[in-house]
Each structure stands twice: as C-alpha cells, then as structure tokens.
Design a protein around this ligand. Structure first.
Ligand code: TXA
Ligand code: MG
Length: 327
C-alpha cells in the first residue's frame, strides 16, 4: 500500500546531497547510501518525522533506531562514551560499526527514536554520500535500513524504490553499496556485547578491545538484546533451505565457492555469492542475490554452507533469519 507521496529519485552529487539536506530540515524522509546498506533517514530530533518514518517502514515503534552522525565529536553530544566505546570509535569510525551507549544529558534524539530506552545506538558511516549529507545537515539523522519492515535490506537504490515508492520523499542514488550487510552493533553499557554481527568482523573488534565479546543473540534468538533482532527478519517470500548438499527439483541455488552440487541441471537458476570463496564479495552480493532469486518462481532457495569466520558470522546470521518460518 502506498502512502501517496511523490517519491523523487536523485543522483548522488552536490545537488542530490543539497536536496537531501533540505528535505531532512523540512521533516522529510530521505533514503541514502551508507557503505553497509541504504538507510531511510530523518531528523533525529523531530518526533513527528520519526513517527512518519516508523509508519513508512511499517516498523514496530518499540524497535529503536540508529542515530547517524558525521564524526565522534557529534556522537559525544548524543551519547556517553566509556573507554571501550571510545577505543572502538577511534579504531573503526567512520565505518560499519554501531555502538550502543548511555544517552548523554540533553540528548537531542527524540524518545520515540530510542523507544524510550536510556541508551542510544550511534554510527558514523564512511560512505562519502552519507558523510556529505550528515555534514550538511549538522544534526543527528536516525536511519533504519531503507526497506519495509521484515524485508531484505536494500543494497541498491532500485531495492529502496521497490519497497518504499510513494512512502518517502526522496531517494539518493549512490550506486550499489560496498559492504552489503548491516553494521556490527556493540553494546557498551558495561562489558562489551556483540548485539548484532555485521559488516565489521568480530575478530577485528575483539583485537581492539583485547578480549572476547559475548554474543547474546546467538545463545537465545527468541530474546534479542537488540530489540530488532527478531527471529524472522530479512525474509524473502520463497522458502530458504540452509546447508544444502544437493538441489531438489524446482529449487534455485544460492552457491558459495567452486563445488558443484548434485541435482543442478540446465534449468536450475544458480547465483554464486563468491566463486572464489571470498567472504567480503559474498557479503556484498548476499541481499541483492536473495532479492533476485525471490522473483524466479522457484519452489525454494537452497543455500550452500558458508564458513562462519570473519564476515561469515553476519552472513550466516542473516541466512538463518531468512530461513526462519514466518510469524
Ligand atoms: O548498517 C546499518 O546499521 C544500517 C545503516 C542504514 O546504518 N542500519 C540498520 O538499522 O541496520 P536497523 O534499524 O535496520 O537496525 C538497527 C538495530 C535494530 O536491531 C535495533 O533494535 C538496534 O539496532 N538498536 C537500536 N537502538 C538500540 C539500543 N538502544 N539498544 C539495543 N539495540 C538497539
Ligand atoms: Mg533493518
């Protein structure tokens, strides 16, 4: 269902960024590229705009949003950084990392955007278009992934258009993203916890912290600490079958690496996340390939095993959610 807005798509560039800034200032909804996935942004301090954003996405309002800012100085106006949070920010910002920290006094982010929590999720994205928009706007921009709630995250402007045409004012097209899975989320409210595996590998985060991160999400997926980590998320309509060692008649194949599976014939639709077995390439391809395979009319999508180290942790997490029965 459309909400009846005229959605404009503009190319990234000076003019596109200026239009995005103006739209944010006017309380509008702007989809823009970050290096992980496209985000749907609005002025974090404007509660009415935040309410419209939840409505446009069809997102439950108890699921809080990430506040995006241009640099650490801006982040410290929103949240309180302890030693671990500051070490992580220094090492990985700008980049595919989100930290959850206690709200600063006079935190400008609307309560609706943090779902009334005392903490706030903050990210400094590296994508040049996101940086230009955030610097031009000046304030914090809350931005969930720019998809309808429960759908696969968008890694290209066309994916945003399919999900949100008529529901947002502006889509800034900056081409396909480079990372392809959402940011890793680290809770820094005490001992650091990995709330969501993502585009920054756990190993890199642990190397900077000098200790292991706990992973509460994997131990109990029905009770997520990041409230948005609901079990059935990132879901294509077609049934997804994991750890496939053969392809059944009528299934499409999401392959990884060079191995050939039994059951594949000339009629099988095959997309390979990475022929070379490269996890970075696989992450960048993941959501786009799931979207593409979802419209092939296959009876199911068989997925080959993907290694679990590095970016493989986030890839396996998203695949597991894509394969969950729908609630
Ligand atoms: O890469 C990304 O992180 C993308 C780009 C656009 O920045 N954003 C993104 O946002 O993935 P979203 O809304 O799809 O996911 C944000 C996650 C949700 O799981 C939410 O529950 C969690 O962050 N979150 C936000 N604030 C939180 C808080 N205070 N405590 C715990 N989890 C929080
Ligand atoms: Mg999302």
């Amino acid at each position: 269902m459309k909400l009846g807005l005229a959605t404009r798509i503009v190319a990234a560039g000076e003019d596109g960024a200026a239009k995005a800034v103006k739209c944010l200032q006017d309380g509008g909804l702007v989809a823009f590229p970050t290096e992980t996935v496209y985000g749907l942004g609005c002025d974090a301090a404007n509660a009415a705009a935040v309410a419209r954003l939840y409505q446009a996405k069809g997102r439950p309002s108890f699921n809080p949003l990430i506040a995006h800012v241009a640099d650490l100085a801006a982040a410290e106006r929103i949240g309180r950084f302890d030693g671990d949070a500051r070490r992580l920010a220094a090492a990985f910002w700008p980049g595919p990392l989100t930290v959850v920290v206690p709200k600063a006094d006079n935190c400008p982010v609307a309560d609706l955007a943090t779902a009334g929590l005392d903490s706030v999720a903050i990210r400094v994205p590296a994508h040049p278009v996101a940086q230009t928009i955030l610097r031009g706007f000046g304030g914090a921009v809350v931005a969930p992934s720019a998809n309808r709630s429960g759908h696969v995250s968008p890694t290209a402007a066309a994916h945003v258009h399919v999900d949100l045409d008529g529901r947002v004012e502006l889509i800034v097209d900056g081409g396909p993203v480079s990372v392809g899975v959402e940011s890793s989320i680290v809770g820094c409210l005490g001992a650091p916890l990995l709330l969501r595996p993502g585009g920054l590998p756990r190993e890199a985060i642990e190397a900077v912290l000098g200790r292991a991160l706990a992973h509460p999400v994997a131990s109990d997926p029905t009770r997520p600490l990041a409230p948005g980590m609901l079990a059935s998320h990132y879901a294509p309509r077609t049934k997804v079958r994991l750890e496939a060692s053969r392809v059944e008649p009528g299934e499409a194949l999401l392959a990884f690496g060079e191995a050939a599976l039994p059951g594949v014939d000339a009629s099988t639709v095959v997309m390979n996340l990475s022929q070379q077995g490269d996890l970075t390439e696989a992450a960048a391809n993941l959501f786009g390939f799931l979207r593409a395979l979802d419209v092939k009319g296959a009876t199911g999508i068989a997925v080959m095993p993907v290694p679990r180290h590095g970016l493989g942790e986030a890839i396996n997490d998203r695949l597991r959610r894509a394969a969950m029965p729908r609630g």
